[in-house]
Design a protein around this ligand. Structure first.
Ligand code: ADP
Length: 482
């Protein structure tokens, strides 16, 4: 019996958060076994809403990274040699087991990341399972997806993910890689390692062949060791634009394939003919969902001048009704900021915004005494050149600007180094069509926001990265063609 694993089991179905007992310490999941890090180093992972330690997690060093890639390399030819249908069976099994354990996954996701349980329960975990289901279905149909092109796996893939959607990002990375016949070494972010480790338990219980999926924990140093390693033929990264640049450098140096999903500063645009109530709801969801820790967050709002006063009033009223507090309370709308350092970044931007001359509005909700919190915030009187309108804050902070004409707003919306997503609110189909082609963004939502589906490709351009995840396009990132 390996005592380093969690003690809860599906059959003991925990009824509430109190019953979920995490292990005190988690090891590395390498070659199908829970392995202690060679250097014997561990770090604490906490609950950002309480600052309490949840568990200790292994810090993977050079030798551990090497062992993980060697395991993935040894497993790859056998995994590729399985029929697509066989590979699909394993992936379906992971999807079903995730669904069966969804409650526990949701609780741990909210405890470790700070996000409201309503979001992890209704969005993160079901979508993660959906990604495995969707890609399981592709495993034996790749030749139909790419007729006459002889799709082949790339080989071993290094995958590095961020802390804002820990399990979902793991699913986005692992599911297509496996369906295409690759083996992987994945590293979750240092502040949110727990659900990736629980996923490793699911993968172990699903009896995937050893070494097909390796999950190692550590910080940026571990990530850098992964990207510098000789074995992986592809690097897949989701995270900040700054780290993305380093990953791209590493890929170029060693001639590896790479896909990057980086930052964003999305425009959410309300025209005067929009259904205003629905639009306000969409704006709220666009920026305050997951405390604004969302690369595609609608962090810049553009309102047509004639409805500005009306929209602002309704927006403030709706903000005032948001409930901030315990992420495990199912009525909570706004949870904890993921880490102390992220809270410091957000606070720095709140100061910058005010110094730049913008007007700040925050709801007067009370903040809990412990943990990391930020009140829902908006800025008005924002200039296009202001840093709060140009730089990604990754927090619950909305910058509002106005416009008169469609041409003007297209210019404003595209005036950013990023190009991940955008939102349009209007009654007119013609405006939607005009904007979807004019906006330089990988995803444009019309009269909705933050809708995700495994069938539709997600990704950006400009400094938001390249490569797509989801849909047939997402498969291409894990294939080579003869
Ligand atoms: P954020 O700014 O959103 O915290 P980061 O881009 O810093 O996101 O981190 C995303 C992921 O990249 C994390 O898993 C982190 O450990 C990893 N990481 C950080 N620095 C590096 C690096 N130099 N090389 C590879 N991975 C890194």
């Amino acid at each position: 019996m390996n005592m380093s694993k969690t003690s809860w089991k599906l059959s003991e179905a925990p009824e509430g958060a109190d019953h979920i007992q995490l292990a005190k310490r988690y090891e590395l999941f390498i070659n199908g076994s829970w392995t202690a890090p060679k250097a014997g180093t561990y770090f604490k992972t906490i609950n950002p809403a309480t600052e309490e330690t949840l568990a200790e997690v292994a810090q993977a060093d050079k030798d551990d990274v090497d062992a993980a890639f060697k395991a993935a390399q040894a497993a790859q030819p056998k995994w590729q040699a399985l029929s697509g249908a066989e590979r699909g069976k394993y992936i379906y099994r992971i999807a079903r087991m995730l669904q069966e354990r969804s409650r526990a996954f949701a609780v741990v996701e909210s405890m470790n990341g700070g996000k409201p349980i309503r979001e992890s329960r209704d969005i993160d975990i079901p979508l993660a399972a959906a990604h495995f289901f969707y890609h399981a279905g592709w495993a034996d149909k790749l030749e139909y997806a790419f007729p006459m092109r002889k799709p082949q796996p790339i080989g071993v893939v290094a995958q590095i993910i961020p802390w804002n959607f820990p399990l979902l990002m793991a699913a986005w990375k692992i599911a297509p890689a496996l369906a295409c016949g690759n083996t992987v070494v994945l590293k979750p972010a240092e502040t949110t390692p727990l659900t990736a480790l629980l996923l490793a338990e699911v993968i172990e219980a699903a009896q995937l062949p050893k070494g097909v999926v390796n999950i190692i924990t550590g910080d940026g140093q571990t990530g850098a060791l992964m990207t510098a390693h000789a074995i992986p033929q592809k690097l897949a990264f989701t995270g900040s634009t700054e780290v993305g640049r380093k990953i791209q450098e590493a890929a170029i140096k060693r001639n590896k394939r790479v896909t990057l999903e980086l930052g964003g500063k999305a425009a959410n645009i309300i025209f005067d003919d929009a259904p205003i109530e629905a639009a306000v709801e969409g704006i709220i969801n666009g920026i305050y969902f997951n405390q604004g820790h969302v690369c595609c967050a609608g962090s810049r709002l553009f309102v047509q001048e004639s409805v500005y006063d009306k929209v602002l009033l309704k927006l403030k009223r709706r903000m005032d009704s948001l409930y901030l507090g315990d992420p495990l309370d199912k009525n909570t709308d706004i949870g904890a900021i993921n880490s102390k350092s992220q809270l410091e970044t957000i606070d720095r931007y709140l100061k910058i915004g005010q110094e730049e001359g913008a007007e700040m509005y925050q709801t007067d909700c009370e903040l809990p005494a412990k943990g990391f919190w930020c009140k829902p915030t908006l800025f008005t009187h924002v200039a296009q050149s202001n840093r709060i309108a140009q730089e990604e804050i990754f927090g619950p902070v909305l910058a509002i600007q106005t416009f008169r004409t469609i041409e003007e707003v297209i210019g404003q919306a595209n005036n950013t180094p990023y190009g991940l997503s955008a939102g349009v609110w209007t009654d007119k189909g013609s405006k939607i069509f005009q904007l979807t082609s004019a906006l330089k963004a990988g995803v444009v939502w019309a009269n909705t926001y933050n809708k995700f589906d495994p069938t539709s490709p997600f990704g950006g351009y400009k400094e938001s990265g390249f490569g797509r995840e989801g849909g047939v396009h997402g498969l291409e990132a894990y294939l080579r063609f003869e």
